[in-house]
Write a protein that binds this ligand. Structure first.
Ligand code: BES
Ligand code: MN
Ligand code: ZN
Length: 526
């Protein structure tokens, strides 16, 4: 785990392997009025060229330039230091500093600078430096923008570094180029940053726990193993844990979940993690239910998927893993609201006992379902998990699931889809998403879509009828199982796995939802 401490020394006095800070992009250079624009250029006017973009040597950075004997102004004039987002400039043995290196990261336009940039800057620094064998650095905050508190800035900085430390390299024996950042110092923050550091570590470690689970291949994370690992992480944090096996599922008549599991030799599980705040009483409201899809491998079942890319379907438990991470952070941060996490776990395989297209299943709620396509299994396991969360007393539900390929088509890898039956509840969730730096796009869920999921022989069918609106049809199906409970469904199929690495984040599992859910639990009053 990353070690973090505050350092109140002046930046030049800090002994560190790398002193890291940001540089803003300056205003565009004024037009060259000396010799008449294009003509002058064509005629080879020799007036000295202005630097393309001038570095704003504002506040601390100007002092830093001065101390380094004008090196930064020189680099700026040469166009090597522009402050553009994504730029990284490393100077060794910077004159006037005790630090061994000075790393300047472009931060774009100052007007747009936010906490999310801070998160990505420390992340970029961490990945840049650990890739070069550096295991410790100091992030120097210069004066913060108005409205940015030291605590929030520290939290974002710590999150960025801790998230950047994660690489999905558990099964690689040669990790010598992947050393981690072991310690981080934060300099230039005045006060109340300690609390931010603590929160940042808790939240990022929870998100990394989620990513670690999502990265696990199907053979090493069956429903039973997922349940054990979730239980272990939860008990350490003081959550209460209940794991339902197939016998209890039968008693509860979870016919939808059991129908998915019947095609596999591996038995299903349902993980229930409960956080109860100090002083909670039965009459206390609200109770949040966090429900996450936990298909540890999705082959499609009898409606089998094409082979190409099927290996990625080990990530079909990303929603469930997000709930485990969120509940662990909640247990450590201790908000005032009760939270119940429910994760239905199963494989979806075409074994000899597998369900078949056309089969009719009776869900725990009593609704009958015609299974048109066994690959639409996520909604089946969630149907019973949502019903169970309500039975356990959840007054508000949020589910997350890698539910449809259609959401990937609709929103790509940037936004997850957010469906809701209650606008104020979704508004509150979106406020948390903005604060946490995660993106969800609102999707429709009106009754006009209901015709898509009616069945000739049962109450509903598990796929839509036409070709369009696949993510909406899936959400409409789930809606059948939440009654009048305020509910949000997050389709994270496009956002749970990063297809290409970023300067601040490894390619692979993202841990989407964890930060927003934790923030939401901390701020939700009903
Ligand atoms: N786990 C998949 C969703 C998925 C598909 C995620 C592709 C990422 C990429 C889900 O269980 C599934 O197979 N959904 C089907 C539903 C269809 C059969 C109605 C889909 O989206 O193709
Ligand atoms: Mn499927
Ligand atoms: Zn699936």
């Amino acid at each position: 785990m990353l070690k973090v401490k505050l350092n109140s020394q002046a930046p030049e006095a800090i002994e560190t392997a790398a002193l890291v800070t940001w540089a803003f992009q300056g205003p565009p250079a004024p037009p060259n009025t000396a010799g008449g624009g294009e003509d002058a250029e064509r005629m080879g006017d020799e007036s000295p060229a202005l630097p393309p973009e001038e570095l704003r040597l504002e506040s601390g950075l100007a002092a830093l330039d001065h101390r380094s004997g004008g090196r930064l102004a020189e680099l700026s004039a040469a166009g090597e230091l522009t402050g553009k987002a994504g730029e990284a400039l490393l100077l060794h043995q910077p004159p006037g500093f005790k630090a061994k290196r000075l790393l300047l990261l472009g931060a774009g336009k100052p007007e747009k600078f936010s906490l999310h940039d801070i998160r990505n800057l420390t992340g970029t620094a961490a990945r840049y430096l650990k890739g070069r064998g550096v295991s410790e650095f100091t992030f120097w905050f210069r004066p913060l923008q108005a409205g940015m508190s030291a605590g929030d800035a520290a939290e974002a900085a710590v999150e960025g570094a801790a998230l950047a430390n994660f690489d999905p390299d558990r099964y690689q024996t040669d990790k010598k180029n992947r050393k981690a950042i072991e310690s981080l110092q934060l300099a230039g923050l005045v006060s109340d940053a300690e609390q931010g550091i603590r929160r940042g570590l808790i939240i990022a470690e929870a998100q990394n726990l989620t990513r670690e689970l999502v990265n696990e291949p199907g053979n090493r994370l069956t429903p039973r193993i997922f349940a054990e690992r979730a239980a272990e992480a939860a008990r350490q944090a003081g959550l209460s844990v209940d794991i339902l096996d197939e016998n209890r599922m039968r008693e509860l008549k979870m016919g939808a979940l059991l129908s998915v599991a019947q095609g596999s030799a591996e038995p299903p599980r349902m993980v229930v993690l409960t956080y109860t705040p100090p002083g909670w009483s039965e009459a206390s409201k609200p109770v949040l239910g966090f429900v996450g899809k936990g298909i540890t491998f999705d082959s499609g079942g009898i409606s089998i998927k094409p082979g190409e890319g099927m290996e990625k379907m080990k990530y079909d438990m990303a929603g469930g893993a997000a709930m485990v991470g969120a509940l662990r952070a909640v247990a450590e941060l201790k908000p005032g609201v009760k939270v119940i996490g429910v994760v239905p776990l199963s494989e979806n395989l075409p074994g000899s006992k597998a369900q078949k297209p056309g089969d009719v299943q009776i869900a725990m709620s009593g609704k009958s379902i015609e299974v048109i396509n066994t690959d639409a299994e996520g909604r089946l396991v969630l149907a019973d998990a949502l019903a169970y969360a309500r039975q356990l007393g959840a007054t508000h539900l949020i589910d997350a699931a890698t539910l449809t390929g259609a959401i990937v088509v609709a929103l790509g890898g940037v936004h997850a889809g957010a469906f809701a039956n209650n606008q104020p509840f979704l508004d509150a969730f979106q406020a948390s998403a903005r604060a946490a730096g995660e993106k969800f796009w609102p999707m429709p869920l009106d009754d006009d879509y209901h015709d898509n999921i009616t069945s000739d022989i049962a109450d509903i069918r598990n796929t839509g009828k036409g070709r369009g609106g696949g993510a909406i049809n899936a959400a409409m199906f789930l809606k059948e199982f939440v009654g009048d409970t305020p509910w949000i469904h997050l389709d994270i199929a496009g956002t749970a796995w990063l297809e290409e690495g970023r300067p601040w984040m490894a390619k692979g599992p993202t841990g989407i939802c964890v930060r927003t859910l934790v923030h939401f639990a901390e701020h939700f009053g009903g």
